[in-house]
Write a protein that binds this ligand. Structure first.
Ligand code: GCV
Length: 665
């Protein structure tokens, strides 16, 4: 197999230069497959070569079962007591040889890319044996791709990088791009991909049956990279595809239909991963129509998948999107917990409840969803959003790894278990499309890379992950480039937060497309995303004492911390409390002054970011520089718009002037 390097497509974090250290060595890589191809390719470019058995090598990449293993590898293995395990590898230096050993091809592939990432230091000095293994078994990207171009959502729902890499003009695309994607994903540790939108429209429903061949082709493209393919299906499939009169999960014909259909799927794709389901949510069909629970619904599919080792990812994003804004008792934040916590223990082992990280919807700041703490007897997937629906839509620089690191490291209790430890899978919505840079904004590639790395090891430092990405993508990256990218990106999530909706209140975006400010855009709609600003204050009272009671969904201490106006962290204040403008925050500022200050500061930071990038002209590739520059111009414009709309809105509501007398309209 050749290395997929589609023409006209940016190499992202795998440019030829990133393989210099490996490709200039003598490499012993027995066995056929992707790793051998990579080594041959890199060596042809950089002057190294494949070593034969018995020959001296600088790098050994071998499965533990390979015969014969070179002496250095045997020594490493003999010196290591434990088992290596699935998808894992040992890395060591012995007698001047760098050794990577794994029990399975996936582990070896991850080990190979680790060496690529390390570059020259992988071949220097001694290195005691390190055992690398992923924190969670499944690290998955969900594509919200449609086959057809949806009249409102386009081809990729919430996609900001062009069309789908899987389909164009209603038909499957050439697989070279898919293979290149698989290679990039393997290099950052992702091992599962759901290929289509969770809102399953008429054409896409057929991927389960008569268009299954298209899914099989994608699976063929991704398989060499250790990636299994999953499919979003509509709960109404027995009706839509099977001609049955019902999709009732307890109906015998429905159960038989799913069983037989799933058998066909596995006959076509033996390593198929499973189904993803959005049910009873934003208009998608589900078990409620038949008076059944979501456990009944999920278990129906889990039972059909179980004989083949498949899983169903059942989304917990279930809420009333037709609520009356006048009704202050309904709180969208409560919905997932209210629906799912009572079902804990009722889901099959191969049903994974997929929970968005926050209780609302991928906002720039939300508390961690209490559902994650409430279901100890259910397998959970934590869902993140790499596509920047609410964080600048890949027109703004917004490096999300610091947010994900906070979420995955959040502890509900004092016993040391964090969110990552409670999750069996870590999932995210992909930000990739057929754009030449993959992600629209070239710097948004860092989010895709960082997602994979944090799903592999949630305790990695986001700044260190950014360094890895810089070193690979811009190899060889000079100090100035590295410093500048850190200055632009490390704090970019907080910058975005500063100039958009304040202190966890969320939304305030233009309804529909969700880009740019519109403070009251959702205020009188049925969507349940309100801020309740009036002349005296702003924020949602979610306390047990006087509000919706959402704080009671958290275990102590958080149920108390969030309940208390004094103890609630400033950055989440307006998520949990309705607060007067004169309220003094922990940082000493009044709420209204904080709103003004952060919005002036955030927009200014965006302008500074653009200046930093301007200085890099000439030191990065011209097209890439121009693409980022064009995006930064838009970010600066949009940040100014946010600053002015938010500040003006709150000045007019409150009548309280800015203490520094700055211009507010
Ligand atoms: C795929 C948000 C988005 C929708 C998306 C939904 C979901 O509401 O705006 O486009 O639908 O989340 O996660 O299912």
């Amino acid at each position: 197999m050749t290395i997929p390097e589609p023409t006209g497509v940016h190499a992202a974090w795998l440019p030829p230069q990133a393989f210099l250290a490996v490709g200039s060595r003598r490499v012993f890589a027995p066995g056929a497959g992707v790793i051998r191809d990579e080594v041959v390719h890199a060596c042809a470019r950089h002057g190294g070569r494949l070593a034969d058995a018995g020959e001296e090598a600088d790098l050994v990449l071998a499965l533990t079962m390979a015969e014969p293993l070179p002496a250095a590898a045997r020594a490493v293995l003999a010196g290591y007591a434990g088992a290596i395990g699935e998808q894992s590898y040992l890395l060591a230096r012995h007698d001047g040889v760098t050794v990577v050993l794994a029990d399975d091809p996936a582990g070896l592939l991850y080990g190979f890319f680790h060496v690529v990432r390390l570059g020259e230091p992988a071949f220097r000095g001694p290195r005691a044996t390190e055992h690398h293994r992923p924190a969670v078994h499944r690290r998955m990207l969900d594509h919200w791709d449609n086959i057809d171009v949806h009249p409102v959502m386009g081809q990729v729902e919430r996609g900001y990088s062009g069309g789908s890499i899987f389909w164009a003009d209603g038909a499957p695309r050439d697989l070279d791009r898919v293979r290149a994607y698989g290679r990039l994903l393997a290099a950052c540790g992702v091992n599962a991909v759901a290929v289509n939108n969770v809102n399953v429209h008429a054409t896409e429903a057929h991927l389960l049956t008569d268009r299954l061949g298209e899914v099989a082709a994608i699976a063929d493209g991704l398989r060499p990279y250790g990636i299994r393919v999953h499919l979003s299906v509509t709960f109404a499939s027995p009706i839509v595809l099977g001609g049955l009169a019902t999709a009732d999960p307890l109906d015998a014909d429905v159960r038989a239909w799913w069983r037989e259909t799933t058998e066909q799927v596995y006959a076509t794709i033996p390593d198929f991963g499973g189904y993803v389901v959005k049910a009873d949510s934003e208009g998608q069909p589900g078990p409620f129509a038949y008076g059944r629970s979501h456990a009944d619904g999920a278990n129906l599919l889990a039972d059909a998948l179980a004989p083949f080792g498949g899983v169903v990812h059942w989304r917990a994003f279930v809420y009333n999107h037709r609520q009356d804004w006048r009704d202050r008792t309904t709180d969208r934040a409560r919905a997932a917990f209210d629906h799912f916590a009572p079902l804990d223990g009722l889901f099959r082992d191969n049903a994974v409840l997929q929970v968005k990280y926050g209780p609302i919807d991928f906002q720039v700041r939300e508390p961690v969803s209490p559902v994650i703490a409430a279901m100890p007897r259910t397998r959970l997937a934590v869902e993140l959003q790499v596509t920047q629906e609410y964080t600048g839509q890949q027109r703004h620089v917004c490096y999300l790894a610091p947010m994900w690191s906070d979420v995955l490291g959040f502890r509900f209790w004092g016993d040391g278990r964090d969110v990552a430890a409670l999750a069996s899978d870590i999932v995210a919505v992909s930000n990739v499309g057929d754009d030449p840079y993959w992600t629209g904004h070239p710097l948004a590639q860092a989010n895709l890379y960082a997602f994979g790395r944090l799903a592999w090891n949630p305790h990695l430092d986001p700044a260190a992950v950014l360094d890895e990405w810089i070193d690979l993508t811009f190899a060889p990256a000079g100090d100035e480039l590295r410093r500048t990218l850190h200055a632009m990106m490390d704090g970019s999530w907080r910058t975005y937060e500063r100039y958009t909706a304040p202190l966890g209140v969320g939304f305030m975006v233009r309804p529909g497309h969700h880009y740019g400010p519109d403070v009251d855009g959702y205020e009188y709609t049925p969507w349940g995303t309100y801020h309740f600003a009036d002349r005296d204050g702003v924020g949602v009272d979610r306390t047990r004492a006087t509000g919706t009671g959402f704080t009671g969904q958290y275990p102590p201490p958080w149920s108390q911390v969030y309940e208390s106006l004094a103890d609630c962290p400033d950055e989440l204040l307006l998520f949990f409390h309705h607060v007067p403008y004169g309220h003094v925050l922990r940082n000493g500022s009044t709420l209204i002054q904080h709103i003004y200050d952060t919005h002036f500061a955030g927009a200014e930071e965006a302008a500074q970011t653009r200046l930093l990038w301007d200085k890099l002209a000439g030191s990065v590739e011209a097209d890439l520089h121009a693409r980022v520059k064009e995006r930064l111009d838009e970010q600066v414009r949009c940040a100014g718009e946010w600053r002015d709309q938010i500040n003006t809105y709150f000045l007019r509501k409150s009548g309280i002037p800015d203490a520094h007398g700055r211009r507010i309209h």
